[in-house]
Design a protein around this ligand. Structure first.
Ligand code: UDP
Length: 337
């Protein structure tokens, strides 16, 4: 099967490309490289020993996207393309709606035109809004989201569900990611945030490599075991394998299905710092600061549905996440430059 990955050169897309190629799928990547590097493609090919077809296109550009479908007989799509910075989405919400939703509409229309009937969507646990209960399960109510980035994910889920209701041949698997961290075990691909990282693990690894002086721990007065925020961190390679499982599931089970991709385990900020220090034998200086606006105390998945229906389960540990993050950071202090 030939699978199109929109945004396939990004952090999660690149790891998914590796797992798809390893599983015997052909991979076509469409990416505008606005937040990724063409070097990623070379690394994917180096890891897998297989070739990838690459198109430097904006997925919202109908003519350019049609060219990709004309050149390739696409059997399914995994849709990663989109802006993803939470803070930026608050500052330029219209750009986020225009880009993330625009890309999706063009993609769905093009899929219909070319008779492509399966889409896997890169959604997020942020669609649940402030958790009403924990762990979060797929049948819990969604929204309102605390930022426009999250709202784009929620709205796109709805758009895909509406498209699938109107066109019965369309199968969709919506994947709600918890907190992806880590990097491929080869140390060749990983996360490359722009500027100062917002997320915890990239921040820690930049402290470790000496680019940042210390970590600010955003609050230690939450009602959690040590007062710091608790999240469900998932190794990006497990997450990538979740996409392969979703594709195999969608091929056999027409319709629309939603899955959490998490481990079901919550770790605090200090758990992550302590594990990173222990596994990598490197100091991470930190200070406790005020809470970050908009943060919640705890968020973790009920991961049972993906295990029951897709036979997928996260297998890598917190130690794996810390070790692999550091290997990537240490080997590539300036990302793909
Ligand atoms: N966090 C922190 N310092 C940082 C970045 C994050 O203490 O520099 C905390 C944050 O308050 C939250 C956890 O780490 O409790 C995960 O934050 P991240 O931004 O990675 O993910 P999200 O909040 O979107 O789940």
């Amino acid at each position: 099967m030939k699978i199109l990955l929109t945004g396939g050169a990004g952090y999660i897309g690149s790891h998914t490309a590796v797992e798809l190629l390893n599983a015997g799928f052909d991979v076509v990547i469409a990416d505008d490289f606005s937040n990724s590097s063409p070097e990623v493609i070379r690394r994917i090919e180096k890891i897998t020993g297989k070739a990838v077809s690459v198109y430097h296109v904006d997925v919202a550009d109908e003519k350019a996207l049609e060219g990709v479908f004309e050149d390739n007989s696409i059997d399914g799509v995994i849709h990663f393309a989109g802006f993803k910075a939470v803070g930026e989405s608050v500052k330029i919400p219209l750009a986020y709606y225009r880009n993330n939703i625009g890309c999706t509409l063009t993609l769905l229309e093009t899929m219909e035109k070319f008779g492509v009937n399966i889409i896997i969507f890169s959604s997020s646990a942020t669609v649940y809004g402030t958790p009403k209960a924990l762990p979060l399960a797929e049948d819990m109510t969604t929204g309102p989201c605390s930022n426009p980035y999250g709202s784009t994910k929620l709205f796109i889920e709805q758009i895909i569900m509406d498209a699938a209701a109107a066109r019965k041949e369309l199968t969709a698997v919506l994947l709600r990611y918890f907190n992806p961290v880590g990097a491929h075990q080869s140390g060749l691909v990983g996360e490359m945030p722009n500027g100062i990282p917002n997320n915890l693990m990239p921040f820690i690894s930049q402290v470790a490599v000496g680019k940042l002086a210390r970590l600010n721990v955003f609050g230690n007065d939450y009602p959690t075991k040590d007062g710091t925020g608790v999240r469900d961190y998932i190794h990006v390679v497990d997450l990538a394998k979740g996409h392969v499982a979703a594709l195999n599931y969608g091929v056999k089970n027409p319709g629309v299905e939603v899955f959490n991709l998490g481990t079901g385990i919550g770790y605090s900020v200090l758990d992550i710092v302590n594990a990173f220090v222990k596994v990598n034998q490197i100091e991470i200086p930190y200070v406790i600061t005020d809470r970050r606006a908009g943060d919640i105390a705890e968020c973790y998945a009920n991961a049972e549905k993906a295990s029951r229906l897709m036979g997928w389960k996260a297998g890598l540990t917190l130690e794996d996440m810390c070790r692999d993050t550091w290997r990537w950071q240490k080997n590539n202090p300036n990302g793909y430059e």
